[in-house]
Write a protein that binds this ligand. Sequence first.
Ligand SMILES: [Fe+2]
Length: 270
Amino acid sequence: MSSVRIAPLHPSLGAEVNGVDLGQPLDEPTRETLTHALADHLALVFRDQSLTPAQYLAAAAAFGPPMEQHYSQHHMPGFPLIGLIWHRNGQQPAEQWHTDHTNRERPPAATILYGVEIPSAGGGTSVANMRAAYAALPEDERRRLESLTTFNGLDGHADTRPEDLQKYGTPIAHPMVRTHPVHGSRAVYFHISKATYIEGMTPETSKAYMRDLLDRMIQPSIVYHHRWRRGDVLVIDDRATMHRAHGDYDRRESRVLWRVIVEGDRPRLL
Ligand SMILES: [Fe+2]
């Protein structure tokens, strides 16, 4: 009998999971419960976790096989499947709404973040329910989006390594609406800076349309804002949400998150 308890955090998405120590091996019924909870709630929060890198990777594997992240300059030394999110190594907070690693043929099912050092104020992470965003669009626009395909590449930063560009820069096509493999529902799916263009549109028109979609779709009613506490693990469903970081914290303070992404299905519209 699983002792997992799940309590919603917001009317649209997000739930706190209690009764799970991610430092211990997770049995099959617990994994099953968590897989379905993620598909239903789209963002799961585990509080007060205390994890070594190896324990963290083992826990993350409950949501799928950990996959390599394409900015290898930010891999944790000795644990290349963990990415370090840390402004002191030159990273800018990803403040634009996006879902992760859409330049991969099988992009992540989930992004998992572990709060290791948390500033005293600000620096939260917001997650938007793109299943609700899809449902709220007018019928004709839903039909239009269902017919569109993005082509995705690596949106290199100044410090991107040439070998990563070569490995992960091949254009990958994805539908702009995808069916969730566990939940069965549809969600709007794109990454505005990794999608270089939408099929049949110029890059400029594509970007303008995606910008306009984000502006219209992402309303406070479909956003869960996570205020970090040290020891939090936040699991984000990348198949039916977008997320963004908030850079509104004092840079003299440290903010360190450990990120793991786990492989999912090839996006499909069914
Ligand atoms: Fe991200």
